[in-house]
Design a protein around this ligand. Structure first.
Ligand code: SF4
Length: 331
């Protein structure tokens, strides 16, 4: 029998049924995307289940329908094998939540883009929360980030499940850029030194002080009062010498390693980041300003994906993608 690209579910009355879970960055679902889930569920008499990782699982599929369902969806799977970055759970943050202190959507989407599905010594989950209420349960994630009035707290080693463990606070930093640099250090150190073990088990095995010393460089990490110093050192040093990703385009003001997505010649999509669009295709700026984006100089606004900007300004994202791509092609 051909391999089934779905997860085998509980066998009832000898019948095998499968579940598939498409990738939904940040848990943000556009109506057109949601319609595809509905169409698949109706076509194959499947059941939709909201998961704890902000995704929609399609379950109760027959083996012969799994490939057809993927084809109808036209989406990528959430992850392919077990020892990878499985999810980046993101709370609404300053984009939507009145309690937010920091822009968890912007940071979370960047982390998702950088790390999702990356191979790791064990499975890895991220959580990004915009304030200490921690609605993304950052403290129980392998990498957890929590926004505060002063900046961000960065945690490592959390997990839930059969062996729950609260994450350890690694450092408090001021900016998104510093979070990205520190996370890069932690992930790289973990990948290079861990056995087949979760981040928390790795930290317990080598010791928290050793871990902090390794990822914070020359900072005396054991002294909590020096976390402010960690901020300055990380921003200057870590952003310059750590690179665990495959960069393509440099983002203004984010250092040499914090590079994401869109390259010259690539099509603009609903998930393209505004900042990348205007940097790679500056001839799209007037069109973006025409839809009301007078905020193109604002770092917060330009870190949004296109769909979010379209939603805020009341435009159909598909029309906008078509228009921008026509401009990109000089049409
Ligand atoms: S963690 Fe804070 S910012 Fe995020 S949804 Fe919860 S209350 Fe809002």
């Amino acid at each position: 029998m051909a391999q089934v690209a779905g997860n085998l579910q509980r066998i009832r009355n000898g019948q095998r049924r499968y579940a598939i879970t498409p990738r939904i960055p940040g848990g943000f679902v556009q109506p057109t995307m949601l319609q595809k889930f509905i169409d698949v569920a109706n076509t194959f008499k499947a059941t939709l289940k909201i998961t704890g990782a902000q995704r929609i699982m399609i379950t109760n599929l027959k083996a012969e329908d799994v490939d057809k369902a993927w084809e109808m969806l036209g989406m990528a799977p959430a992850y392919s094998t077990s020892n990878r970055v499985r999810s980046v759970k993101i709370c609404p943050g300053t984009t939507f939540c009145k309690r937010a202190k920091q822009d968890s959507v912007s940071l979370g989407m960047k982390l998702d883009k950088l790390y999702i599905s990356q191979e790791m010594p064990s499975k890895m989950k991220f959580g990004v929360s915009g304030c200490p209420n921690s609605c993304s349960e950052s403290i129980t994630k392998d990498i957890g980030v929590i926004g505060t009035a002063e900046g961000w707290q960065v945690y490592a080693g959390g997990s839930a499940g059969a062996h729950p463990r609260f994450a350890d606070l690694i450092a408090e930093v001021a900016t998104e850029q510093e979070v990205l640099a520190l996370v890069d250090r932690m992930v790289t150190f973990y990948k290079e030194n861990a056995h087949i073990e979760r981040m928390g088990t790795f930290i317990d095995r080598i010791g928290l002080d050793t871990f902090k010393e390794a990822v914070l460089g020359d900072i005396e990490a054991a002294d909590a009062s020096k976390s402010a110093a960690a901020t300055a050192t990380i921003s200057a040093a870590a952003a310059a010498d750590v690179n665990a990703t495959e960069p393509s385009v440099k983002l203004p003001g984010m250092g040499n390693n914090a590079t994401l997505g869109l390259q010259m010649g690539e099509p603009i999509t609903e998930n393209s980041i505004i900042r990348e669009i205007i940097e790679v295709y500056p001839n799209t700026i007037p069109a973006l300003q025409e839809i009301g984006m007078g905020c193109l100089g604002c770092p917060s606004a330009t870190s949004e994906p296109l769909w979010q900007a379209a939603s805020i300004h009341g435009f159909d994202v598909n029309d906008l993608v078509t228009r921008l791509n026509n401009l990109r092609k000089g049409a």
